[in-house]
Design a protein. Structure first.
Length: 219
């Protein structure tokens, strides 16, 4: 799987049609072809909000609810989500560059053709989510919970995973070979359907043995 290259704002096919964001962000807001730059939203109630062919630069979301929101063909650069409710959101053809996602509720989300470049994900709950054709490129994933999630053609090139959880996850075509580090604390038995390197296999031998109930002893 080729490693995706982040695009600049000018490279977006809809860049020439973007208009500056005006007004407010609320429930069921429909933002089509807008550019948000330097905006800050604190505790916003944006349930079922829809972003389509839009660009967000240096935008911060703190707290608030965007449950069941939709991000369709959205480009995000240096965007921060902190303790935001993004449960059951849908992400399609979206690119997140140099973003920070911390303390997020993202469970039961659906992501298709989404790429994270140079992002930091800290304490993100992706339980029971569906990820298809998703790449985490040169990212840091700390305490990210994929328990019960479905991962289909997901890759982690250059990324570091710390205290990742995959209990009861289902994987198809997941590529972990090029991850910089695989720190998995739960769910090693759920890596069926993933591809790892020989070196990673050696590093994971004790974890796999524990998951299978095998005692390793020389005497």
């Amino acid at each position: 799987m080729p490693v995706p290259v982040p695009r600049t704002l000018s490279e977006l096919p809809y860049a020439a049609h973007l208009t500056p964001f005006q007004g407010s962000l609320g429930r069921e807001s429909d933002l089509d072809g807008v550019r948000l730059d330097g905006e800050s939203f604190d505790g916003v109630d944006g349930g079922s909000v829809r972003f389509t062919e839009s660009a967000l630069s240096s935008v911060t979301f703190t707290g608030g609810r965007m449950r069941r929101g939709r991000f369709n063909e959205v480009w995000m650069h240096t965007v921060r989500f902190v303790a935001t409710d993004l449960v059951e959101t849908a992400w399609m053809d979206t690119e997140v560059i140099a973003g920070s996602l911390a303390g997020l509720e993202l469970f039961s989300a659906e992501m298709n053709r989404v790429t994270f470049h140079h992002c930091k994900l800290d304490s993100v709950n992706l339980r029971a989510s569906t990820l298809r054709n998703v790449s985490f490129v040169d990212c840091l994933l700390r305490d990210v919970d994929f328990a019960g999630a479905r991962l289909d053609r997901v890759a982690f090139p250059g990324s570091t995973l710390e205290e990742a959880r995959f209990a009861r996850a289902r994987m198809t075509g997941v590529d972990l070979r090029t991850a910089a580090r695989l720190g998995i604390v739960d769910g090693a038995e759920s890596l069926r359907g993933a591809t790892i390197s020989t070196v990673q296999m050696m590093d994971f031998a004790p974890v796999f043995a524990q998951a299978l109930g095998i005692t390793v002893a020389d005497r």
